[in-house]
Design a protein around this ligand. Structure first.
Ligand code: FES
Ligand code: FES
Length: 209
């Protein structure tokens, strides 16, 4: 009895093996046909895939006029970092939650990770690289250094850009106004007290200058 069951098991296994072998052989043949086709010409389904349309946009970045091709899916952040090599603007969450990608667009702070590059036509962009006057840092940059307004520094460019936007429209912000203006920026190191102090210091220095 036991012998028969063992025999059955053996037969089943061999059949399954042969079946599997047939399947893989067919699979291999198909794959190699596909690969051969792929080398010679793209498969039909790839030929039918939509080609992303490119558009030329012209805008000003840190006082320089640039013209480049962008796709509708590209963000201003990616264009700044990857096509213009302006890597001071940081990509952290890449979905509008942290503010590390903040730049000024016509003077207003925006999350560049959410802003379609295709919409930047004719606008003026200022990034952290565009704040200093030659070797002289912007007062907000200098105050962040003097007051230890950073730890790891990853959030710092975004905080500085939001602070510059605030001080450009309000030279003497109150503490609540500073907190509100920077509420769209997150610091994972929790350095908020020193960041607020840096903004207050920059505000004083800018008024005296
Ligand atoms: S990277 Fe843009 S908001 Fe976080
Ligand atoms: S200094 Fe590290 S996230 Fe703000």
């Amino acid at each position: 009895m036991e012998k028969t069951s063992k025999k059955r098991k053996k037969t089943f296994t061999r059949r399954a093996f042969l079946k599997g072998l047939g399947g893989s052989a067919a699979g291999t043949a198909l794959a190699s046909k596909f690969l051969r086709r792929g080398l010679a010409a793209p498969p039909q389904e790839m030929e039918a895939a939509p080609v992303h349309s490119q558009k030329t946009v012209t805008f000003s970045v840190n006082g320089r006029t640039v013209s480049l091709e962008v796709e509708p899916r590209e963000t201003l952040l990616d264009v700044l970092r990857q096509k213009l090599n302006l890597t001071g603007t940081k990509k952290t969450c890449d979905r509008g939650e942290c503010g590390s990608c903040t730049v000024l667009l016509d003077g207003q702070p925006v999350y560049s990770c959410l802003y379609p590059a295709i919409r930047v036509e004719g606008k003026t962009v200022t990034t952290i690289e565009g704040l200093a006057y030659g070797d002289e840092l912007h007062p907000v940059q200098q105050a962040f250094i003097d007051k230890d307004g950073y730890q790891c520094g990853f959030c710092t460019p975004g905080f500085i850009m939001s602070s510059v936007a605030l001080l450009n429209r309000n030279q003497k912000p109150t503490f609540p106004e500073i907190k509100t203006a920077l509420s769209g920026n997150l610091c994972r190191c929790g350095n908020y007290v020193k960041i607020y102090e840096a903004v207050r210091t920059a505000s004083e220095r800018m008024r005296k200058a």
